[in-house]
Design a binder for this molecule. Structure first.
Ligand SMILES: *Cc1c(COP(=O)(O)O)cnc(C)c1O
Length: 462
């Protein structure tokens, strides 16, 4: 690790790594591997670059966890948080109270969201947003006198968060295995993952088939039992799975036949990831509820929410007390930072630039990686991309031991100054929306180098 060294570091990495081993129980981490290898300690960041405790510069191809949309080092966001904390660091919104930052942010979100969505419930995260979704959909139908209409249909390999409701709504098998999930009243249909599950059909035909699984499931359960269908516009954590073009139109056709709520999880897609404000704009969806988080504040402070359609609001307004809320719902500093973040996205035309310039440029360059002998498919939209690593480019056959190629490639990326994530043998990127053309070139060069090194390692008889 001598490449990309910028400056001597003021941190004692060995000490931090030891304390980390001894005391810090990490989220989503293999603790055996962490103990052996030690953690990478990130100490600062600017623009699209991270710096670690040893002074290495790393291009953050994941925008943190899909969230740092406006990039790192925005002094104006720090300033807004500081001023708000001096003025009013905390107050809640329970029992008919409110404060200006939460009110102003709610108004701003109502302006940005699809026209029929004019209310927002604030949370501290995407997971809390989906817990709210579960309770709100059931509250909606109960208020309408249909308490038995309470089942939520989701999809296999969906990601909706890590709380009990979030993980249950999600379709991640390793998560379900721990803790007896999913909870009752949630079921999962097939995902629209053509490369992984549909290569014996055309993408179009497979998209229709995957959508029709929703119709079949509603028929099986009975319309009067189904409260909602929840889905990400494209699946993020599942591996940047972009449905075939036929999928969403077919889902819309099916939903039009039934009286069922559509929940579009915008936690990743929201705030510019596709080159539109919301994935719902990109795929032309009319959600009843939209969980949001991540890009809402570009990760500068934790905040999420659920955008609510007028149709749902009209009913729950009649329902009396919604016995639900978080101490930090609409936290003043987080709300003020989120509002300032949305203003940056607007004032700097960041989303339009993704749509018209940098997004198409990234996709053109990303597609070039599809020619690599290790890559079976390169796909993407806006400012996300995925590469499917395969053993045999001719047949798209996978490696027998899944996740070896992906993990190798991820480690080579890190060693050469790029964060690219591996989901099994699918490599994914989701860089800050402010990434420039020359930074995209650097990302592509580093990704290609990592693919070369991975290919060599896998084919050197080892
Ligand atoms: C990250 C994510 C969540 C969970 O958000 P947290 O803030 O981590 O709780 C929910 N839904 C989607 C689509 C996500 O990507």
């Amino acid at each position: 690790m001598t490449k990309n060294l910028t400056s001597p570091s003021k941190y004692d990495t060995a000490r931090l790594q030891q304390l980390d081993r001894d005391h810090y129980f990490h989220p989503f981490t293999d603790h055996k591997a962490l103990g052996e290898e030690g953690s990478r300690v990130i100490t600062k960041a600017e623009g699209v670059y991270l710096e670690d405790s040893e002074g290495h510069r790393i291009l953050d191809g994941m925008a943190g966890l899909w969230c740092v949309n406006v990039g790192y080092g925005r002094k104006e966001l720090a300033e807004v948080a500081y001023q708000q904390m001096l003025e009013l660091p905390y107050y809640n919104s329970f029992f008919k109270t409110a404060h200006p930052p939460a009110i102003e942010l709610a108004k701003k979100l109502a302006d940005l969201a699809p026209a029929h969505m004019n209310n927002v419930f604030f949370t501290g995260s995407g997971s809390e947003s989906n817990d709210t979704v579960l309770r709100l959909t059931r509250h909606y139908w109960a208020t309408k006198g249909q308490p038995d209409k309470n089942i939520i249909i989701s999809r296999e390999n969906a990601y909706h968060g890590s709380t009990v409701a979030g993980a249950s709504l999600g379709g991640m098998k390793p998560m379900h295995k721990q803790g007896g999930l999913p909870i009752e009243g949630i079921c999962h249909i097939q995902q629209p993952y053509w490369f992984g599950e549909g290569q014996d059909m055309s993408p179009e035909a497979f998209g229709i088939k995957a959508a029709q699984a929703l119709d079949a499931k509603i028929q099986e359960l009975g319309e009067d039992r189904v409260a909602a269908f929840i889905a990400e516009p494209f699946q993020g954590a599942g591996g940047v799975i972009i449905p075939p073009a036929s999928y969403w139109p077919e889902i819309k056709k099916i939903l039009a036949k039934y009286d069922i709520l559509l929940v579009v999880d915008e936690v990743i897609c929201g705030f510019g990831r596709t080159g539109e404000w919301f994935g719902s704009n990109y795929f032309d969806l009319q959600p009843d509820l939209m969980p949001i988080a991540k890009g809402l504040s570009s990760g500068y402070l934790p905040i999420g929410g659920v955008m609510i359609s007028d149709r749902v609001m009209d009913v729950v307004n009649k329902g009396g007390d919604f016995n639900h809320g978080y101490t930090y719902s609409g936290h003043p500093a987080a709300a003020a930072v989120a509002l300032a973040n949305l203003e940056i996205l607007e004032n700097e035309n960041i989303i339009q630039t993704v749509k018209e310039e940098t997004g198409p440029y990234l996709q053109t360059r990303w597609a070039e990686l599809g020619e690599h002998p290790l890559v079976g498919e390169a796909r993407g939209v806006g400012m996300v991309g995925a590469l499917e690593l395969v053993k045999d480019k001719g047949t798209n056959a996978r490696f027998d031991d899944k996740a070896t190629a992906g993990a190798l490639c991820r480690d080579f990326c890190f060693q050469n100054g790029l964060v690219m994530r591996a989901t099994g043998d699918t490599m994914i990127i989701s860089p800050p929306l402010v990434i420039t053309r020359s930074e995209i070139d650097e990302l592509i060069d580093k990704a290609r180098l990592a693919l070369d090194l991975t290919f060599e390692a896998l084919h050197s008889g080892g």
